[in-house]
Design a protein around this ligand. Structure first.
Ligand code: SF4
Length: 365
């Protein structure tokens, strides 16, 4: 079942138009210059929930360090996370690394060509498997993600929640029906490109659209209203106090647990969810958890807001000078200045920068 039913001749015309538009005006992106499945796969993973402009510098740096799948598979997880640091959603990097190891052992180091084999790898869902296999190997698989779904919903004037299982299934069927089987990789990229550059979420530029002649939403004058907005979960607000412990040698203490979403299980400063007086609660926490006596002043480093999916986090970092850092199992004690050598999230990096800026008058090595 498809939302868009075109007679064979019209369908051929529709495909020709979109492919010609893509061939003539596609953006110049590094992953479009290769058929190497590893590089295409990496781009697809990095582009999940992340804008192209943000991905570009990470993509080239990552490839400079891990130029092929074997290099990635043989690397330490920490080194992989280090190159990912700042890009966010770190489970992507962990899964990428696990999948690379699996490919090395089970598929001779080459991304598998079979759909089921690709789908069984960590971090690879239907969209990514179809994207990599169609672009790298020319497998006739249509892709469906939020971008493509929006384009299809407008072309077919599909109302209601696109993520409703029956609607999503029909959109998936539509993507497969429209797919240009002789050029599946280009076709899928053309659909994605159309969604990213012309059929954008707000104010679609229908006047520039190569397939406007077949668009039902445009004909009905409802392109801007589709797709219907999804009901968002109510945001959860919380405040976290973070402690940048600093000893006289400029060393600090980082651990690897706590608020998973904000710090992504990377190295982070000790944190505590607080309700009112952050400094007092944090002081108590440090004394109770680390047996630390905080004699001196706890200096607030300026609160910052972070939104992680549906959680709105207010982060209150404090600089806490200590004579000696506590012994904590599994913790590390890097120099504050060298903290960025470890895999840390951007939230931790911001806190560290604020602490460095504040304490720049003291000897830190
Ligand atoms: Fe999207 Fe407008 Fe093109 Fe329809 S005509 S596909 S709404 S850009």
């Amino acid at each position: 079942m498809s939302f868009i039913a075109l007679a064979p001749r019209e369908l051929r015309k529709f495909r020709r138009k979109l492919l010609a538009w893509f061939a003539a005006g596609q953006r110049d992106l590094p992953w479009r210059k290769t058929k190497d499945p590893y590089r295409i796969w990496l781009s697809e993973i990095m582009l999940q929930q992340t804008r192209v402009a943000a991905v570009l510098p990470y993509y080239s740096k990552f490839l400079a360090r891990f130029p092929n799948l074997a290099a990635l598979a043989r690397a330490r997880t920490e080194a992989v996370l280090q190159r990912w640091a700042g890009l966010g959603y770190y489970s992507r990097a962990r899964n990428l690394h696990r999948a690379a190891k699996e490919i090395l052992v089970r598929h001779g180091g080459r991304f598998p060509r079979g759909y089921d084999a690709a789908l069984s790898l960590p971090g690879i869902g239907r969209y990514t498997a179809s994207a990599v296999l169609s672009i790298a190997y020319g497998e006739p698989l249509g892709v469906l993600d939020g971008n493509v779904a929006r384009v299809l919903a407008r072309l077919g004037a599909v109302r209601g929640d696109l993520r409703a299982p029956a609607t999503w299934k029909k959109l998936d069927d539509t993507a497969h029906t429209l797919l240009a089987r002789d050029a599946p990789g280009d076709w899928n990229q053309a659909m994605m490109e159309l969604g990213a550059t012309v059929c954008t979420p707000k104010s679609p530029r229908c006047a520039e659209c190569p397939v406007a002649a077949w668009c039902r939403a445009r004909k009905l004058g409802i392109a801007g209203e589709l797709p219907a907005a999804r009901a968002k979960p109510k945001p959860v607000r919380l405040t976290l106090a973070a402690a940048v412990l600093l000893d006289p040698r400029g060393k600090t203490l980082v651990i690897r647990k706590g608020d998973g979403a904000l710090f992504s299980r990377l190295w982070q400063f000790p944190v505590l969810e607080i309700t009112a007086n952050g400094a007092a609660q944090l002081r108590q926490h440090l004394e109770k958890t680390f047996g630390l006596t905080v004699d001196g002043r706890m200096t607030p480093l300026g609160a910052a807001r972070h939104t992680v999916t549906f959680r709105q986090v207010r982060l209150e970092p404090y600089l806490v000078r200590v004579v000696k850092l506590p012994e904590v199992q599994g913790a590390r004690k890097p120099s504050l200045m060298r903290l960025a050598d470890l895999p840390i999230s951007s939230a931790t990096r911001k806190i560290a920068d604020a602490a460095i800026a504040y304490s720049s008058g003291v000897p830190i090595h």
